[in-house]
Design a protein around this ligand. Structure first.
Ligand code: PEP
Ligand code: MN
Length: 353
């Protein structure tokens, strides 16, 4: 439930609404907006007497939030959420953001080389798994903490921000010590202890859509993060299972982008690498995702994909990524957006990170 204040409501009136909600046994969350402030009532069990709030000084109206997810909905907050990172990158604004890098961190040489090429090409965020969720227990599982250290070294050298996955609740603190964005993978979208822990940690979280998750389940998973007090949540469409996996690994659901943007204020990016699973399909679907209005892309790129220890078949060569950047620049501008300026193109400096 949302208590919308009049535009001229004074702070005292807002405080009274907050106190009244708390008095009724619920949590209150003020949501300042450009036009007016609203106060969210959290934990409505259907027994809230809204007339008690409607009568208070400065209250314009009390509106029920009709979706099962509350705080991530546009009903709750109309304006887009912008996630700010320490290197100046903003996710969810007018500028599209590029996250790129190998599936997994494999060695210092590999991550340093790709990081500097990606920075040159205009990416502002480096991806790379240190803890890998592999289908087979015999496949490469990632370098663990050593991988996190290498990512941090790449950040120091390039100014790129780091996004990397936490596989379980017990990993959250360690990953958050190194990463700028904690990634929650598709297989873990409904790992509620992990979501809660990541929500409590206070670092931005990238939440990937589960491979068989509905949009409602996706947004409810995001609600777990936000309900722990973390507003810096980025959603990621990465493809869902379909009946045909002969030509592509997953079905990249591009309609999820405008659907989510209508329902939620959270930014949503697309991952055409896991979304297709096939190198030759990554660039076409990346272009399509930008045209569909994605707030950014996550793309796998490796100095030599043929030698990658995981997901080589869907990983771009650096030259392909550079080509992709020039193409999506045009598409972004055609729909009134632009690519976030690369770190080389502005006066943002690595030492400021
Ligand atoms: C990844 O991005 O490294 C990854 C494992 O992706 P997903 O969780 O979408 O499968
Ligand atoms: Mn991968």
């Amino acid at each position: 439930m949302l208590v919308v204040m009049k535009h001229n409501a004074v702070q005292d009136a807002i405080d009274t609404v907050v106190n009244t909600i708390q008095d009724m046994g619920y949590d209150a969350r003020p949501i300042p907006g450009e036009q007016r402030t609203a106060v969210g009532l959290i934990g409505n069990d259907g027994r809230v007497d809204s007339s008690r709030l409607e009568g208070l000084e400065g209250v314009l109206e009390v509106i029920p939030v009709t979706h099962p997810y509350k705080q991530v909905s546009r009903e709750w907050k109309e304006e887009d959420t912008h996630v700010h990172l320490p290197n100046g990158t903003v996710i969810g604004g007018e500028e599209m953001v590029l996250m790129a890098g190998p599936c997994a961190v494999e060695s210092e040489e590999q991550i340093m080389e790709i990081a500097s090429r990606l920075r040159e090409a205009g990416a502002t965020i480096l991806r790379g798994g240190a803890f890998k969720p592999r289908t087979s227990p015999y496949s490469f599982q990632g370098l663990g903490e050593k991988g996190l250290e290498l990512l941090a070294r790449a950040r120091e050298a390039t100014g790129l921000m780091i996004v990397t996955e936490a596989l379980g609740p017990e990993h959250v603190d360690l990953v958050a010590d190194y990463a700028d964005i904690i990634q929650i993978g598709a297989r873990n979208m409904q790992n509620y202890p992990l979501l809660r822990r990541a929500g409590q940690r206070g670092k931005p979280v990238l939440l990937k859509r589960g491979m068989s998750a509905t949009i409602e389940e996706f947004l409810l998973a995001a609600e777990y993060l936000v309900s722990e007090g973390n507003d810096d949540v980025i959603l990621c469409e990465r493809g869902v299972r379909s009946f045909d996996n002969r030509h592509t690994r997953n079905l990249l659901d591009l309609s999820a982008i405008p659907v989510v943007q209508a329902l939620s204020h959270l930014p949503i990016i697309a991952d055409p690498s896991h979304g297709t699973g096939v190198r030759s399909k990554v660039i076409p679907m990346a272009r399509a995702a930008v045209a569909a209005g994605a707030d950014g892309l996550m793309v796998e790129v490796h100095p030599n994909p043929h030698k990658a220890l995981s997901d080589g078949q869907q990983t771009l060569f650096p030259e392909q990524f550079e080509e992709l950047m020039t193409q999506i620049d045009v598409i972004a501008r055609a729909i009134g957006r632009s690519l976030a300026p690369g770190l080389g193109a502005s006066d943002r400096v690595a030492s400021g990170v």
